[in-house]
Design a binder for this molecule. Structure first.
Ligand SMILES: Cc1ncc(COP(=O)(O)O)c(C=O)c1O
Length: 358
């Protein structure tokens, strides 16, 4: 018997989730100093956390286990989202909540409208569920009829929607969501980017106990490296999620930073506004080159259709100049690049490089 014989055979065809590489690794690969990298490939918040948030993380009692009941954090998040603390579950990033929900529902199949954030497919497969991918319409709105059909045909009890969607940046239409909430399925609405635009669907939870909203501190609060996210749902569903999560899933530094970010949210709102303004300026300048066509976005990134030349080559040429954007090697996004909104200097470097490639 080989080692392989002891392992699950159904994972043999699992495609690796392609994560973006850390700053220092990339800088070393490209031979440029870290401070010269223009990192517009992972929708991170390049302003970084507030000093008060950094200080809170640094001051955490690292020798003490975190609170498994997440009492303070759930209360602070509930105050921010305007729900009851019993409706909130925190995790090691929104990714952790995606995993918890899939394991709680344990469905044979999971329905994902594509193009989509890759984690839904990856974590479904790891959990032994079949991802059923339903192509969005040409304008990237949902194909509600096809999604309903897929849920009914496959017995999928779980649907992942993203609002605004990554990588397309468009918001979810409330009528589309309502048409799906009547299904016998848990409907997850991932609002990882909601602080940058779009109206939250949290108020719908009151009438729809099968709706779960996911959020994260990774984007608006610039805490992607610390891993804190949360879900908002009916108290019943939240209680079940609390039962199966790893007891210490949010570490003490992450908890302290998240609490500080919520406390200082009025100040962080200024950088959110700066990023939204930069999204608009970047879109205008890049579109002005005449060969990159933006899709309207309410997130902190923009998907561009590249006309007249291969998107892969543009991404590679930018990379040589230390500018990182996201290229997708897959048919439904062929000819597209996703570019995060950064600081004004990041946009300037991007536009100068694209002018050179024009
Ligand atoms: C739609 C979406 N959901 C969730 C995440 C991950 O969030 P977290 O960092 O909280 O795990 C991302 C990150 O890119 C995302 O794009």
């Amino acid at each position: 018997m080989t080692l392989r014989d002891l392992l699950r055979p159904d994972l043999d065809d699992l495609e690796d989730y392609v994560p973006v590489k850390p700053y220092d690794v990339l800088a070393a690969e490209l031979g440029v100093p870290v401070e010269r990298l223009v990192k517009l490939d992972a929708n991170e918040n390049l302003y970084g956390p507030l000093p008060a948030v950094r200080a809170a993380a640094a001051a955490a009692d690292l020798h003490i286990y975190p609170d498994p009941g997440q009492t303070r954090l759930r209360a602070a998040i509930a105050d921010y989202v305007q729900v009851d603390p019993a409706q909130v579950v925190a995790g090691a990033g929104a990714d952790d909540l995606i995993d918890i929900i899939i394991r709680l529902v344990d469905p044979p199949a999971v329905v994902v409208p594509t193009p989509a954030f890759g984690m839904y497919r990856f974590l479904a497969k790891v959990a032994g569920a079949t991802p059923i991918e339903i192509r969005r319409r040409p304008n990237f709105d949902l194909d509600v009829v096809a999604i309903r059909h897929a849920v009914q045909e496959t017995g999928a009890r779980l649907v992942f929607l993203t609002h605004p969607n990554n990588p397309t940046g468009n918001p979810l239409q409330i009528a589309e969501l309502e048409a799906l909430l009547s299904l016998d399925a848990i409907v997850v609405v991932d609002e990882a980017y909601i602080e940058f635009g779009g109206r939250t669907v949290v108020p719908l939870i009151r009438h729809h106990p099968n709706l779960v909203v996911l959020r994260t501190f990774s984007k608006w609060a610039a805490l992607a490296g610390l891993r804190v996210g949360y879900s908002v749902s009916s108290p019943e569903l939240a209680a079940e999620m609390m039962r199966i999560k790893q007891p210490y899933n949010v570490n003490v530094a992450a908890e302290a930073a998240a609490l500080a970010a919520l406390e200082h949210r009025a100040e962080i709102a200024k950088t959110i506004a700066a990023i939204v303004a930069e999204r608009e300026r970047m879109t205008r300048l890049v579109a002005g080159l005449g060969w990159l066509e933006p899709l309207p976005s309410v997130a902190n990134f923009v998907l561009f259709a590249v006309h007249g030349r291969p998107a892969r080559e543009i991404a590679a040429s930018l990379r040589q100049r230390g500018i990182l954007v996201r290229y997708y090697d897959r048919p439904d996004l062929a000819g597209h690049l996703r570019i995060s909104a950064g600081r004004p200097a990041d946009t300037d470097a991007l536009v100068t490089a694209l002018q050179e490639l024009s």
